[in-house]
Design a protein around this ligand. Structure first.
Ligand SMILES: Cc1ncc(COP(=O)(O)O)c(C=O)c1O
Length: 398
């Protein structure tokens, strides 16, 4: 008996052992400060939960159209028009089980076996595995701190081949918090149109932008040519503290949308019917909850960035969006702690967890061994304590 090549080829998460250790230590009562979180620490707003309760009371508990109700897809189309200047009709929207599922559907819909997808690094760790499962080949395009960890036309060009089918753009970015400007996106859009490739635009952190001067721009909104070849991916997890509800969606040209809808109709079908109603309430209800969460995240971002910047040997760029700080620890590499040489971010993460009870995510998960990621989706008290511990780690050992 043998597993499929597809299944055997999927990388288990390199950071799984560290995450398992963190879990075990927490269970054992060790006072861990966990900077690993990838989700808002706020509760889902009350009016969204109320809509879900109402859906249950009204027995909205049966199968729904597999791409989502017309009501919700129209609400998403309204949102895309009002927030992003994008015109989609409801039948160009497919609602899926989180943007993760939406992304996977998108790759299944466009990739032939062996098609290449350019993934600018640092990247969200699931992209590479999703592309592979869908039969594609992930091609990693490393950026650097000089470009603000953003892809440029020059970087993309180096990775272009006859097999290139798509590029992934993730703005605001996980793990760096970088946000692409309109001018930067225009160059990437030109590149995609000229080379006849798709763009998968992952916009899940769009509501979390901290600089008043910066604005979220969807690459699809730049012109009709780029809109035709872009699959916009978004969801409600990060903007409305709804990670567990599993609501994401794609917006794309009707041909692509139909393909995605067909795939979904034979696999998962509609998302949970209660979540369809809750998502509608989130999009159509009072938006002040989004603003409140944003203000709290901004306060934390300002604090955490300042504190980390003041720690010798560590460096990072100020995140313009999302809720992560991507920290360059390369100056610690080659140094010894307790007689053992530090090789990479995973070694730093291990010491931080073992000796200082702080959990961080090693950068190798995002394609950068000499970085670590910390999340500020954590309460302020824990942020202060956690950063004190990281500062002590550097003071004690270097
Ligand atoms: C960049 C990025 N895209 C997509 C997702 C998936 O989010 P969800 O499936 O909860 O919508 C995440 C989650 O961490 C993410 O960081």
């Amino acid at each position: 008996m043998k597993l499929s090549e597809k299944a055997s080829g999927i990388c288990p998460s390199k950071t799984m052992s560290l995450a398992a250790m963190t879990r075990k230590m927490k269970q054992d009562g060790v006072p861990i400060i966990d900077f690993g979180a990838g989700e808002p620490d706020f509760d889902t707003p009350q009016h969204i939960k109320d809509a879900a309760k109402e859906a249950l009371d009204n027995n909205f508990t049966k199968y729904a159209p597999s791409a989502g109700t017309e009501e919700l897809r129209s609400a998403i189309a309204d949102k895309l028009k009002n927030d992003n200047g994008l015109n989609y009709s409801y039948n160009e929207i497919v609602v899926s089980n989180g943007s993760k599922h939406a992304l996977f559907n998108a790759f299944l819909a466009i990739l032939e076996q062996g098609d290449e997808v350019i993934i600018p690094a640092p990247y969200w760790l699931s992209y590479t595995e999703m592309v592979s499962i869908a039969g594609g080949v992930p091609v990693i395009a490393y950026t650097n701190v000089m470009t603000g960890y953003k892809a440029t036309e020059e970087i993309l060009k180096k990775h272009l081949s006859e097999k290139t089918k798509a590029i992934i753009i993730n703005s605001p970015n996980n793990p760096t918090g970088m946000v692409y400007t309109k001018e930067e996106l225009e160059k990437i859009a030109d590149f995609a149109v000229r080379n006849d490739i798709y763009v998968i635009s992952d916009e899940v952190y769009e509501k979390l932008i901290y600089s008043g001067k910066m604005q979220h721009i969807s690459i699809a909104s730049l012109n009709n040519e780029i809109k035709k070849r872009t699959i916009v991916v978004n969801g409600l997890s990060k903007s409305y503290a709804m990670t567990g509800w599993r609501v994401g969606y794609t917006a794309s040209d009707v041909t692509i949308a139909s393909a995605i809808s067909n795939i979904q109709s034979h696999t998962t079908s509609n998302i949970n019917s209660i979540a369809l109603k809750a998502a509608y309430a989130a999009l159509k209800g009072d938006q002040s909850c989004v603003e409140e969460m944003l203000n709290e995240f901004k306060h934390r971002r300002d604090y955490i960035y300042q504190r980390v910047s003041d720690i010798p040997y560590l460096s990072c760029l100020i995140p313009k969006g999302a809720f992560y700080l991507f920290i360059d620890i390369s100056k610690l590499c080659g140094e010894k702690v307790d007689g053992k040489k530090i090789k990479d971010g995973a070694d730093v993460a291990r010491i931080l967890l073992d000796k200082y009870n702080v959990a961080v995510v090693p950068g190798e998960s995002f394609g950068y061994d000499d970085h670590i990621r910390i999340s500020f989706a954590v309460g302020m008290e824990d942020i202060v304590e956690g950063i004190d511990r990281i500062e002590n780690f550097v003071k004690d050992n270097f």
